[in-house]
Design a protein around this ligand. Structure first.
Ligand code: URA
Length: 184
Protein backbone atom coordinates (compact mmCIF):
# COMPACT_ATOMS: atom_id res chain seq x y z
CA UNK A 1 0.00 0.00 0.00
CA UNK A 2 1.22 3.49 -0.84
CA UNK A 3 1.82 6.11 1.81
CA UNK A 4 -0.07 9.41 1.71
CA UNK A 5 3.07 11.19 0.57
CA UNK A 6 3.75 8.71 -2.25
CA UNK A 7 0.15 8.94 -3.39
CA UNK A 8 0.14 12.74 -3.31
CA UNK A 9 3.40 12.98 -5.25
CA UNK A 10 2.13 10.58 -7.88
CA UNK A 11 -1.10 12.51 -8.25
CA UNK A 12 0.63 15.89 -8.41
CA UNK A 13 2.84 14.75 -11.28
CA UNK A 14 0.17 12.64 -13.02
CA UNK A 15 -0.05 12.82 -16.79
CA UNK A 16 -2.48 9.92 -17.29
CA UNK A 17 -5.05 12.10 -19.05
CA UNK A 18 -5.25 15.35 -20.96
CA UNK A 19 -6.38 17.37 -17.95
CA UNK A 20 -2.83 17.67 -16.62
CA UNK A 21 -2.08 20.08 -19.46
CA UNK A 22 -4.56 22.66 -18.24
CA UNK A 23 -4.40 22.23 -14.46
CA UNK A 24 -2.87 24.81 -12.14
CA UNK A 25 -2.88 22.40 -9.22
CA UNK A 26 -3.86 18.83 -8.67
CA UNK A 27 -6.74 18.92 -6.17
CA UNK A 28 -5.86 15.84 -4.20
CA UNK A 29 -8.22 15.97 -1.22
CA UNK A 30 -8.40 17.51 2.21
CA UNK A 31 -9.41 16.70 5.76
CA UNK A 32 -9.07 14.09 8.42
CA UNK A 33 -7.14 11.04 7.23
CA UNK A 34 -8.88 8.95 9.87
CA UNK A 35 -12.37 10.22 9.12
CA UNK A 36 -15.48 8.07 9.50
CA UNK A 37 -16.99 9.88 6.51
CA UNK A 38 -15.53 10.45 3.09
CA UNK A 39 -17.35 12.94 0.85
CA UNK A 40 -16.70 12.52 -2.86
CA UNK A 41 -17.53 15.26 -5.36
CA UNK A 42 -17.17 15.41 -9.09
CA UNK A 43 -14.17 17.47 -10.13
CA UNK A 44 -12.41 20.69 -9.13
CA UNK A 45 -13.75 24.01 -10.35
CA UNK A 46 -11.78 27.19 -10.94
CA UNK A 47 -11.27 28.15 -7.29
CA UNK A 48 -10.25 24.63 -6.44
CA UNK A 49 -7.79 24.47 -9.34
CA UNK A 50 -6.22 27.74 -8.21
CA UNK A 51 -6.03 26.80 -4.53
CA UNK A 52 -5.41 23.04 -4.75
CA UNK A 53 -8.20 22.40 -2.22
CA UNK A 54 -11.59 20.80 -2.95
CA UNK A 55 -14.88 22.61 -2.39
CA UNK A 56 -13.62 26.10 -1.58
CA UNK A 57 -15.76 27.97 -4.13
CA UNK A 58 -19.45 28.87 -3.85
CA UNK A 59 -20.59 25.25 -3.89
CA UNK A 60 -18.06 24.44 -1.19
CA UNK A 61 -19.26 27.30 0.99
CA UNK A 62 -22.79 25.96 0.70
CA UNK A 63 -21.55 22.48 1.61
CA UNK A 64 -19.92 23.99 4.71
CA UNK A 65 -23.28 25.45 5.75
CA UNK A 66 -24.98 22.07 5.52
CA UNK A 67 -22.17 20.42 7.48
CA UNK A 68 -22.48 23.14 10.11
CA UNK A 69 -26.27 22.67 10.24
CA UNK A 70 -25.86 19.05 11.34
CA UNK A 71 -22.85 19.71 13.53
CA UNK A 72 -20.24 17.99 11.40
CA UNK A 73 -17.01 19.93 11.05
CA UNK A 74 -14.76 19.89 8.02
CA UNK A 75 -11.94 18.79 10.30
CA UNK A 76 -13.83 15.56 11.05
CA UNK A 77 -14.36 14.50 7.45
CA UNK A 78 -12.27 13.88 4.37
CA UNK A 79 -13.30 15.52 1.08
CA UNK A 80 -12.10 14.43 -2.34
CA UNK A 81 -13.31 14.29 -5.91
CA UNK A 82 -13.59 11.66 -8.63
CA UNK A 83 -11.28 13.80 -10.79
CA UNK A 84 -8.25 15.47 -9.28
CA UNK A 85 -7.79 17.96 -12.13
CA UNK A 86 -10.22 20.58 -13.38
CA UNK A 87 -12.02 19.90 -16.65
CA UNK A 88 -11.88 22.97 -18.90
CA UNK A 89 -14.87 25.28 -18.40
CA UNK A 90 -16.13 22.85 -15.72
CA UNK A 91 -17.54 20.46 -18.31
CA UNK A 92 -18.59 16.98 -17.11
CA UNK A 93 -15.75 14.50 -16.63
CA UNK A 94 -15.21 12.12 -19.56
CA UNK A 95 -15.36 8.38 -18.79
CA UNK A 96 -11.71 7.87 -19.79
CA UNK A 97 -10.66 10.69 -17.45
CA UNK A 98 -12.58 9.06 -14.61
CA UNK A 99 -10.99 5.69 -15.42
CA UNK A 100 -7.53 7.25 -15.38
CA UNK A 101 -8.14 8.99 -12.06
CA UNK A 102 -10.03 6.35 -10.06
CA UNK A 103 -6.91 4.63 -8.69
CA UNK A 104 -6.11 7.73 -6.66
CA UNK A 105 -9.52 7.68 -5.01
CA UNK A 106 -9.28 3.90 -4.44
CA UNK A 107 -5.96 4.38 -2.66
CA UNK A 108 -7.41 7.24 -0.60
CA UNK A 109 -10.27 4.97 0.48
CA UNK A 110 -7.77 2.23 1.43
CA UNK A 111 -5.77 4.67 3.52
CA UNK A 112 -8.73 6.36 5.24
CA UNK A 113 -10.92 3.26 5.71
CA UNK A 114 -14.05 5.37 6.26
CA UNK A 115 -17.25 3.85 7.58
CA UNK A 116 -19.34 5.90 5.19
CA UNK A 117 -18.92 7.30 1.72
CA UNK A 118 -21.21 10.15 0.71
CA UNK A 119 -21.38 10.98 -2.98
CA UNK A 120 -21.93 14.63 -3.76
CA UNK A 121 -24.08 14.60 -6.86
CA UNK A 122 -24.92 12.36 -9.78
CA UNK A 123 -21.46 11.95 -11.30
CA UNK A 124 -19.93 10.52 -8.11
CA UNK A 125 -23.03 8.41 -7.38
CA UNK A 126 -23.01 6.88 -10.85
CA UNK A 127 -19.33 6.12 -10.58
CA UNK A 128 -19.31 4.78 -7.01
CA UNK A 129 -22.79 3.36 -6.35
CA UNK A 130 -24.52 2.41 -9.59
CA UNK A 131 -24.03 3.50 -13.23
CA UNK A 132 -27.80 4.00 -13.49
CA UNK A 133 -28.12 5.96 -10.25
CA UNK A 134 -30.98 8.48 -10.37
CA UNK A 135 -30.05 11.26 -7.98
CA UNK A 136 -33.51 12.86 -7.89
CA UNK A 137 -35.15 9.56 -6.96
CA UNK A 138 -32.49 7.83 -4.89
CA UNK A 139 -30.70 10.58 -2.96
CA UNK A 140 -30.58 9.95 0.76
CA UNK A 141 -31.05 6.19 0.47
CA UNK A 142 -28.40 4.01 2.13
CA UNK A 143 -26.69 1.08 0.47
CA UNK A 144 -24.05 -1.24 1.83
CA UNK A 145 -21.19 -1.85 -0.60
CA UNK A 146 -18.40 -4.05 0.67
CA UNK A 147 -17.14 -2.54 3.89
CA UNK A 148 -18.89 0.79 3.37
CA UNK A 149 -22.23 2.37 3.93
CA UNK A 150 -22.91 4.59 0.99
CA UNK A 151 -25.36 7.30 0.08
CA UNK A 152 -25.61 10.24 -2.29
CA UNK A 153 -26.91 13.74 -1.79
CA UNK A 154 -27.53 16.56 -4.24
CA UNK A 155 -24.42 18.33 -5.46
CA UNK A 156 -24.23 21.73 -3.72
CA UNK A 157 -23.77 23.42 -7.13
CA UNK A 158 -27.21 22.09 -8.08
CA UNK A 159 -28.64 23.61 -4.90
CA UNK A 160 -27.24 26.99 -5.95
CA UNK A 161 -29.20 26.68 -9.20
CA UNK A 162 -32.31 25.17 -7.60
CA UNK A 163 -32.61 26.35 -3.98
CA UNK A 164 -35.96 24.57 -3.56
CA UNK A 165 -33.99 21.33 -3.22
CA UNK A 166 -32.27 22.60 -0.06
CA UNK A 167 -34.95 21.16 2.20
CA UNK A 168 -34.32 17.65 0.87
CA UNK A 169 -30.59 18.22 1.26
CA UNK A 170 -31.06 19.12 4.90
CA UNK A 171 -33.08 15.94 5.49
CA UNK A 172 -30.33 13.86 3.86
CA UNK A 173 -27.66 15.58 5.92
CA UNK A 174 -29.66 14.84 9.08
CA UNK A 175 -29.81 11.20 8.04
CA UNK A 176 -26.00 11.21 7.63
CA UNK A 177 -25.65 12.71 11.10
CA UNK A 178 -27.97 10.05 12.57
CA UNK A 179 -26.10 7.23 10.83
CA UNK A 180 -22.82 8.59 12.14
CA UNK A 181 -24.18 8.62 15.70
CA UNK A 182 -25.49 5.06 15.25
CA UNK A 183 -22.06 3.80 14.17
CA UNK A 184 -20.16 5.47 17.01
N1 URA B 1 -17.48 20.77 -7.33
C1 URA B 1 -16.96 19.53 -7.10
O1 URA B 1 -17.56 18.53 -7.46
N2 URA B 1 -15.79 19.46 -6.48
C2 URA B 1 -15.12 20.53 -6.03
O2 URA B 1 -14.06 20.35 -5.45
C3 URA B 1 -15.68 21.79 -6.28
C4 URA B 1 -16.85 21.89 -6.91
Amino acid sequence: MKTWEELYDECASCEKCELHKTRTNCVFGVGNREADILFVGEAPGEREDLSGTPFVGRAGQLLDKFLFAVDISREDVYIANILKCRPPKNRDPKPDEEDACMDYLREQVRLIRPKMIVCLGRIAAQRLIDPNYRITKEHGQWVKKGDFLMTAVYHPALLLRDPRKKEEMLEDMKSIRAKLDELK
